[in-house]
Design a protein around this ligand. Structure first.
Ligand code: GTP
Ligand code: MG
Length: 370
């Protein structure tokens, strides 16, 4: 794969190299006899001759899917919803995230909210909710482009004095593409000129119709800055979570997604992981994107050291050999040797792909180019 020259391929097909060169030219590929052909070109030529390509699978062990065990129905238990806050610039996403955190996390508990790990959990009426503290768009584009879907519910913040704006529409499109329920948080109700009816009116154009008007979209009026309406919003999140019947199996090896990661001077690679299924434990052998290692230490969103983390829990871990990327998926292996082997294979594959420029353009890059 990727290392066949025109001459070698001609040999395998029992054809003249010059004939292949002509065919390639016809297909828009200028090649010489000793030129390496990429997989696409090889496949094109082979299909011209009705030959099926038997792909050499060197990195078959890099596929996570085959290591994901089927969860037994009886092992499934309720798990907290993972919520992302989206909306137009300045409509109050950050203020709302802070307001929720302040309402629900007491100062003592948080040690004065010093830790920032990109996600946090709050408890409401005995039930937890996980909030991703990343810009909503990033959470959707970069993660979804890697096949990871972490969000269960999208909160769309719309400022009552400003109404639906371009990024509001963008956010709606992301949430709809991801097929997650949307709750509308009509923010800045304290402001003069706040007009929640206009917001409702404008959103009907996007099939987001309030219950009062015969639709099924939940609207919550609030003021993030005055911390008013926050409990109503949390109640609605719990309501939607119940409808969604979010479940996970705590008994399995952990599986999930990287929320953010960076290199820390003292601690090395530090990654915030969202456990989506199973339970993650200190000492686990883990493959994270193209990196691997053993979980050396885990810290929760309150900055406390923890030994384990169940489904929908965000934790910061150390112990990886390199820095993974946001949106990368991770998987724990019972067999440490297997983890190392798969981790090394993934790393090698990644290096090779970046060398040959095969790494795919992510949705994120595309959005940046628009
Ligand atoms: P970006 O991250 O830049 O997209 O903005 P954001 O959506 O996170 O908005 P942010 O929370 O930074 O709020 C923008 C401005 O609106 C700030 O000056 C806030 O103080 C103000 N603001 C946020 N919520 C409210 C509110 O409920 N009422 C009033 N009056 N102002 C608010
Ligand atoms: Mg913000």
């Amino acid at each position: 794969s990727g290392t066949l020259t025109v001459d070698e391929l001609a040999g395998k097909l029992n054809k003249d190299a010059s004939e292949l060169i002509k065919k390639l030219m016809f297909l828009g590929v200028m090649a010489t006899k000793n030129q390496d052909l990429d997989d696409d070109a090889v496949e094109l030529i082979c299909s011209e001759y009705d030959v099926e390509v038997e792909k050499e699978i060197v990195f078959e062990d890099t596929d996570f899917d085959k290591y994901l065990e089927e969860s037994k129905q009886e092992n499934l238990v309720e798990r907290p919803a993972v919520v992302t806050i989206m909306g137009h610039v300045d409509h109050g996403k950050t203020t709302l995230l802070d307001a929720i955190r302040h309402t629900k996390v007491t100062e003592g508990e948080a040690g004065g909210i010093t830790q920032h790990i990109g996600a946090y959990q709050v408890e409401n009426e005995g039930k937890k909710v996980t909030f991703l503290d990343t810009p909503g768009h990033a959470a959707f584009t970069s993660m979804r482009s890697r096949g990871a879907q972490v969000t269960d519910i999208a909160i769309l913040v719309v400022a009552a004095d400003d109404g639906v704006m371009p990024q509001t529409v963008e956010a709606i499109n992301h949430a709809k593409a991801a097929e997650v329920p949307i709750i509308i948080a009509v923010n800045k109700m304290d402001k003069e000129g706040a007009n929640p009816d206009r917001v409702m009116q404008e959103l009907t154009e996007y099939e987001l119709v309030p219950e009062d008007w015969g639709g099924d979209t939940i609207f919550v009026n609030l003021s993030a800055i005055k911390q008013e309406g926050i409990n109503d919003l949390l109640e609605m999140i719990l309501l939607v979570s119940e409808v969604e019947e979010l479940k996970a199996d705590q008994t399995q090896n952990a599986f999930g997604t990287v929320i953010e990661a960076q290199l820390d001077k003292g601690r090395g690679s530090v990654a915030t992981l969202l456990v989506q299924n199973g339970t993650l434990r200190v000492g686990d052998s883990i493959v994270v994107g193209n990196t691997f290692g053993r979980v050396r230490a885990m810290v929760n969103d309150l900055g406390k050291r923890v030994q384990e983390a169940g489904p929908s829990t965000p934790v910061e871990i150390t112990g990886l050999n390199d820095v993974p990327q946001a949106g990368d998926q991770f998987l724990v292996f019972s067999d440490e040797k297997k983890a190392r082997q798969i981790g090394e294979a993934r790393q090698q594959k990644h290096i090779q792909e970046s060398r040959t420029g095969q790494s795919k353009v992510s949705l994120d890059d595309l959005f940046e180019q628009i």
